[in-house]
Design a protein around this ligand. Structure first.
Ligand code: PLP
Length: 452
């Protein structure tokens, strides 16, 4: 009954308030509001403990690529748990699921990338990158090549190295970050920062900041450049089309490694297996997590190019790095089944040829709304910029928290969208249907009308 459900919610919220410290949360604000408690999910839908149905336009946290309720992943995980719930891949050991998964990922990754180092999360993947690129340069006889260049407003995780590699000022302020040896250049955020330049001119300018930084630091001191193909948590910031070709030119000119963080973009989000293929990039290392298992079980990894793998495998001796759960057999079994589903249902092709064009053109209807300054997207990821003035791109006063209001209005209408400041974010499961996209756009329109 409603009364029992309400009592259950009140009990859960009380216990939550007393015992649970949530990530990226103002606990005091949450305690006043009461946490939203999600109980079950199927396909692209979530249900909270009160029985409210929500369309999850964020695929959890950009990760549930195959959608919720996949019995075959449950079965694969249960079978693996019975057979071998855990064994490590340290000290000359391995097990079939991790071996098969490394082989499978190598077959999907860009051609020059044929090895995987497994981790438990995206953050651990970027910690691994930091250690691997520095070790690589030591072994190449260039021990001064230590500094990693990243970008303002990038997100690379929440461990000390991850948060330092990331360019989120709010994270740097808490905890004396970044650690030494990590520097940040400007981001290619045309809508917010172009100051009247055309997208093409601004894209070139933003890319050339990399060259300027390499010259300032000296090529002999720079280990790597790290970037997301499009910034996800920063607000689905898709670089102008001139950006990546210019970055490629610069990377080819100087002897530094390229780390592409595909924790969000990997496993089909752009309509290619990896955004490296979408943007025609040749990274030395690719960070993966999230869509690797569709979030059913935690797992991450680094896909390693032959150039780096040959050095780490042949010349390093012991690489003194790893996690208990590197290549966890249950997570690997979930990943293998997840990839099998993506292949069997041709989800990557479906995004490219069907759902991406459908979603992106449906979302363009929202660009007409008086609150909306820009709608942009690629594959199955998109952003809607809320602005005070469409012509000048002027924002609302941040105290007004317009994005948060819109997010709450979305929930009220049955839709989960995320707000990054006043940028609304969409990244639904790759399985989303046309009818579900229509429902998403209708609810988003209602929420925008409520906000306006
Ligand atoms: N890198 C990117 C691009 C991400 O979006 C995230 C998480 O959102 C991470 C790294 C960190 O991954 P995790 O939260 O699994 O540590």
């Amino acid at each position: 009954s409603l009364l029992t459900q309400q009592q259950q919610l009140a009990d859960l919220q009380a216990a939550d308030k007393q015992h649970f410290i949530h990530p990226f949360t103002d606990s005091k604000g949450l305690a006043e509001k009461g946490t939203r408690v999600i109980e079950r999910a199927q396909g692209v839908y979530l249900w909270d403990v009160m029985g409210h149905k929500l369309l999850d336009a964020m695929a959890g946290l950009w990760c549930v690529n195959v959608g919720y309720g996949r019995q075959s992943i449950v079965d694969a995980v249960a079978k693996q748990m019975q057979q071998l719930p855990f064994y490590n891949s340290f000290f000359q050991c391995s097990h079939p699921p991790a071996i098969e998964l490394a082989q499978k990922i190598a077959s999907l990754a860009p051609q020059h990338m044929n090895n995987v180092f497994f981790t438990g999360s995206g953050s651990e993947s970027n910690d691994t990158n930091l250690r691997m690129v520095r070790r690589y340069w030591d072994l190449k006889g260039k021990p001064n090549k230590k500094t990693i260049i990243s970008r303002v407003n990038a997100y690379h995780g929440s461990t000390v190295a991850g948060a330092s590699l990331g360019g989120m000022s709010g994270m740097h302020e808490q905890g004396d970050l970044p650690i030494p040896g990590i520097v940040h250049i400007a981001q290619p955020y045309w809508y917010a920062e172009s100051k009247g330049l055309s997208p093409d001119a601004f894209g070139l300018q933003a890319a050339q900041a990399l060259e300027a930084k390499i010259l300032e630091l000296g090529e002999d001191n720079v280990a790597a450049f790290i970037a997301e193909p499009f910034q996800g948590a920063g607000g689905v910031i898709i670089p102008p089309s001139t950006y990546w070709p210019e970055i490629k030119r610069i990377l080819a000119k100087y002897d530094i490694l390229f780390i592409l963080d595909e924790v969000i973009s990997g496993f089909g989000r752009t309509g290619k297996w990896f955004a490296a293929q979408y943007f025609d990039l040749q990274p030395d290392l690719i960070s993966i997590a999230k869509g690797m298992t569709s979030g059913y079980v935690p797992m991450g990894g680094v896909i390693v190019s032959d150039k780096v793998a040959n050095v780490i495998k042949q010349e390093c001796g012991e690489f003194t790095h790893g996690f208990t759960y590197s290549g966890h057999p249950v997570a690997a079994a979930a990943a293998l089944e997840n990839i099998r589903i993506i292949e069997q249902e041709k989800l990557v092709e479906r995004v490219a040829t069907d759902t991406s064009p459908y979603l992106q053109s449906a979302l363009q209807q929202l660009a007409e709304h008086p609150l909306v300054g820009e709608v942009r997207g690629i594959g199955l990821v998109a952003a809607i910029e809320l602005v005070k003035d469409k012509a000048t791109h002027q924002r609302f006063d941040s105290n007004m928290a317009v994005g948060m209001f819109c997010r709450d209005a979305c929930i009220h209408h049955g839709l989960v969208m995320r707000s990054v400041g006043d940028t609304m974010i969409i990244s639904p499961p790759l399985t989303i249907s046309h009818a579900e996209i229509d429902a998403l756009v209708a609810m988003a329109t209602q929420a925008l009308n409520d906000t306006y």
